[in-house]
Design a protein around this ligand. Structure first.
Ligand SMILES: C[S@@+](CC[C@H](N)C(=O)[O-])C[C@H]1O[C@@H](n2cnc3c(N)ncnc32)[C@H](O)[C@@H]1O
Length: 207
C-alpha cells in the first residue's frame, strides 16, 4: 500500500499484530506522546478494526477518534453509476459477508429471498456457492456486478447475471472484490412514483 508520510513516521503492517499486541503498541506510543493511526480500507466500522480496538481503548482510557471512510459498496455504486436504492427499484440495501459455513449459508438464503440490493464482502472465493444460493430465490436474469479495486488505478468490473456470471468470471478472472446483486443494476427508476412523491411534498410545503 502506498502511504504518503513524513520520513519520521514509522509504518507497520497491522495484519501481523494481534489486537492485544496493537493495544500494547498503542500504550507505548501514548506514553511517548506519539500519534498513532490505524489505517484501514474503506470504512473502519465495516468488517474493519473498529470493534476490537474501541473496546480495548475505552477500557484503557486511551483517547481516540474514528475518521469515517467510504465503504466498498458505496464506492462500487459510484463507479457503477447506479443507486443502491431507488423508487420502484428497492428501498433495502444489505451488506453481508460469506464463508462456506452453515450459518453463513442460512443467513444468505434469508437475504437472497428479500429481493433487495445485496453486497457480499469477502465472497469471491465462494462465488459459485453464492450464485447457487441466489439462483434458488431469484430469476436467472437477476443482474450481478463484481467490482474489484473500486476507485483504484487497477479497478476492474465484471457484469453478468445469475445465469451466466460464472462463465464470465472464469474467463475474465479478477482477484478479490465486491459482489453486488440486484435489480438496481438495470431496473428503471419509477418516474410515476417519483412524480407522486414530489407532488405530495409540494402539498406539504403549501400547508
Ligand atoms: C475486510 S473487508 C473490508 C471492508 C472495508 N472496511 C469497507 O468499508 O469497504 C475486505 C473486503 O471488502 C471489499 N473491498 C474492500 N475494498 C474494496 C475495493 N476497493 N473494491 C472492491 N471491493 C473492496 C472486498 O469484498 C474485500 O474482500
Amino acid at each position: 500500500m502506498f502511504v504518503d508520510t513524513k520520513s519520521s513516521c514509522r509504518i507497520l503492517d497491522t495484519f501481523t499484530y494481534t489486537y492485544d499486541e496493537k493495544l500494547d503498541y498503542t500504550k507505548k506510543a501514548v506514553a511517548e506522546n506519539k500519534i498513532l493511526s490505524f489505517i484501514t480500507m474503506g470504512d473502519p466500522a465495516l468488517y474493519g478494526m473498529v470493534g476490537g480496538l474501541i473496546d480495548r481503548f475505552e477500557k484503557n482510557d486511551i483517547a481516540f477518534e474514528i475518521i469515517p471512510g467510504v465503504n466498498a459498496a458505496i464506492a462500487s455504486s459510484a463507479v457503477l453509476k447506479r443507486g443502491l436504492t431507488g423508487m420502484g427499484v428497492t428501498n433495502t440495501f444489505v451488506c453481508t459477508s460469506y464463508n462456506n459455513h452453515d450459518k453463513s449459508r442460512k443467513n444468505l438464503e434469508k437475504i437472497a429471498a428479500l429481493g433487495c440490493t445485496v453486497s457480499v464482502f469477502m465472497g469471491i472465493d465462494n462465488l459459485k456457492e453464492i450464485i447457487d444460493i441466489f439462483a434458488a430465490y431469484r430469476s436467472k436474469q437477476t443482474p450481478i456486478a463484481i467490482v474489484s479495486n473500486a476507485t483504484w488505478h487497477n479497478e476492474k468490473i465484471i457484469h453478468g447475471n445469475l445465469g451466466n456470471i460464472m462463465d464470465i468470471f472464469n474467463h475474465d478472472k479478477v482477484e478479490g472484490g465486491l459482489i453486488l446483486i440486484g435489480d438496481f443494476l438495470n431496473k428503471e427508476y419509477d418516474y410515476d412514483l417519483e412524480r407522486q412523491f414530489i407532488e405530495m411534498k409540494k402539498k406539504e410545503v403549501k400547508k
